[in-house]
Design a binder for this molecule. Structure first.
Ligand code: NAD
Length: 312
């Protein structure tokens, strides 16, 4: 059977690049983009688009039925920093949308689901360095609580109902095509725009705050690879740790200075510092490497070079 895909939340930071990659692989008409708002010109012009609310289960079911969808990628969510401003809304969107998609799969209306989790599932009591796949998880943000609960539901639906749901705990994602959507790692994208435009940046995290990060190219490839892996290779049905790189604001600024020598940065930490302090600083991802052959390609130096050349 030909793969027919629905991406929910296709106009966001990950959704935009993921949708374009899936269209390259499966063909424009095979990949239905959907969101509550319209997306970039390339998303709107390269294949079908449906306005769809992830909170509305029957709307999702109708689109799945109409296009004979067999794979759903659920990218709609409220991210960590925005979630702290609207905790109940974040909980409602992040849980409601996931339960809708899990139930549609449980009813046999689609075959496979991708749902992204996050390093936000971890908390201050988690081992901070090389955080293992299985460890203490006591998240302190509403976003992290929603992702951790989501992981439990994914595993439950897999074990009880055989739902083929696959998930990755993404670190902070760095990309140049679409701006980030209200996360704690957004500084690592904003910094490039400001470096190129103004030569300086005011960072909302302290200079020594190390966080796990990944270049979008790696994140999109990981998503495609985990979804194309044979079903029996996917052993973790909560979500997989994934490591790319880990750096501090000071380290990324130094790397940018290798290209823009007079780049300067000042630090004005805000409420996002507390969120960042509760997260791991680096991840261990042996399970993903063993189970479905994950391998990252981008480190700090080739990511910075690529970002600056794209934005210039
Ligand atoms: P984003 O905010 O850039 O995009 C989310 C998209 O969902 C937006 O286009 C928005 O319009 C859409 N949306 C919001 N509410 C909707 C609704 N009710 N129905 C349909 N669409 C709706 O987010 P992103 O960075 O692309 O993140 C996508 C997923 O990946 C989220 O689950 C997020 O938690 C996860 N994630 C992202 C990162 C990151 O660094 N970007 C890191 C870890 C996990």
């Amino acid at each position: 059977m030909a793969t027919k895909v629905l991406v929910i939340g296709a106009c966001g930071q990950i959704g935009t690049e993921l949708t374009m990659r899936l269209r390259e692989i499966y063909g424009g008409e095979q990949v239905i983009a959907s969101d509550i708002r319209e997306g970039s010109e390339e998303i709107m012009a390269s294949g079908p688009f449906e306005t769809l609310d992830a909170m509305n289960k029957s709307q999702i079911e109708d689109v799945c039925l109409h296009y004979e969808i067999n794979e759903v990628y659920l990218m709609a969510a409220m991210l960590s920093a925005t979630g702290e401003k609207f905790p109940k809304k974040a909980w409602s969107l992040n849980m409601g949308s996931l339960m809708n998609v899990l139930d549609i799969a449980k009813d046999g209306k689609v075959d496979k689901i991708f749902w992204p989790s996050s390093i936000a599932v971890f908390g201050p009591t988690t081992p901070k360095e090389n955080t293992p796949q299985h460890t203490i998880m006591e998240p302190t943000t509403v976003y992290g609580i929603s992702k951790q609960t989501g992981e439990r539901w994914c595993e439950y639906y897999h074990q009880k109902y055989g739902v083929d749901v696959r998930s990755i705990r993404f670190p902070g994602l760095i990309s140049w095509k679409t701006l980030p959507g209200g996360g704690t790692t957004d500084y690592a994208v904003d910094i490039f725009h400001k470096a190129v435009a103004d030569g300086n940046y005011t960072c909302f995290l302290k200079e020594d705050t190390a966080l796990p990060m990944m270049y979008m190219e790696d994140a999109v490839r990981a998503t495609v690879e985990i979804m194309r892996a044979p079903e029996d290779e996917i052993k973790e049905r909560s979500s997989y740790n994934l490591a790319g790189m880990s750096f501090t604001p000071k380290e990324i600024a130094a790397e940018i200075r290798k290209h823009i020598t007079d780049f300067s940065m000042v630090y004005e930490p805000d409420f996002r510092q507390e969120i960042a302090d509760s997260w791991p600083s680096s991840m261990e991802d042996i399970a993903a490497r063993n189970d479905w052959n994950w391998k990252h390609e981008y480190d700090l130096s080739n990511m910075v070079a690529e970002m600056l050349s794209q934005l210039k």
